[in-house]
Design a protein around this ligand. Structure first.
Ligand SMILES: [Zn+2]
Length: 177
């Protein structure tokens, strides 16, 4: 039996959130947007999702106000996708989900570490800086590569993401050797 498209009998906020981010690939698109990926071609390169699926997920995230679509080039027309405030509010969700995967699923090697850019301390699971005692917004987070990353990926986006970088800063894989 095919799964229904939505959870019609559920009014719970988790069910409502899953209507937005519960489909395959969607949270990975959001994750990459935090890493600075903005262009369709870069999402495609890094995720390896089918083209039509990726286009549908991006459109759905725009429709629900998680991503904002912005024209950055007219000829040929090219758009980029940028997290809105509603999208930025998903940062603690991704943090918690990543920590759960690392701690509860055997054999998961950390791919990335997240540090408070002000003091360099690695963030706690709840997204707070243990040294400063504050919740750290994504713009103040530096991402550093972990042991689980392929050190020599073929994908230029993955290669650009090997370097320590601040979250949300637009990624330009062509500028990365
Ligand atoms: Zn700190």
């Amino acid at each position: 039996m095919a799964l229904g498209k939505d959870y019609v009998q559920q009014q719970c906020s988790i069910a409502r959130a899953l209507e937005v981010v519960g489909e395959r690939w969607t949270l990975l698109v959001v994750r990459d947007a935090f890493y600075g990926v903005r262009r369709y071609s870069d999402f495609l390169s890094h995720l390896g999702a089918p083209r039509a699926v990726l286009a549908a997920r991006l459109q759905a995230l725009v429709d629900v106000g998680v991503l904002d679509r912005r024209r950055y080039q007219d000829a040929p027309p090219r758009d980029e996708y940028v997290l809105t405030d509603r999208g930025l509010a998903l940062w603690p969700v991704l943090r918690a989900l990543g920590a759960w995967g690392r701690d509860e699923l055997p054999g998961t090697t950390p791919m990335r570490h997240f540090h408070h850019i002000v003091c360099g301390t690695e963030l706690a699971t709840n997204g707070e800086c243990p040294a400063c005692g504050v919740p750290v917004p994504p713009a103040d987070v530096e991402m550093r590569p972990g042991a689980g990353l392929d050190p020599d990926p073929a994908d230029p986006v993955a290669r650009a993401l090997l370097r320590p970088r601040r979250l949300l800063v637009p990624l330009d894989p062509e500028a990365t050797p």
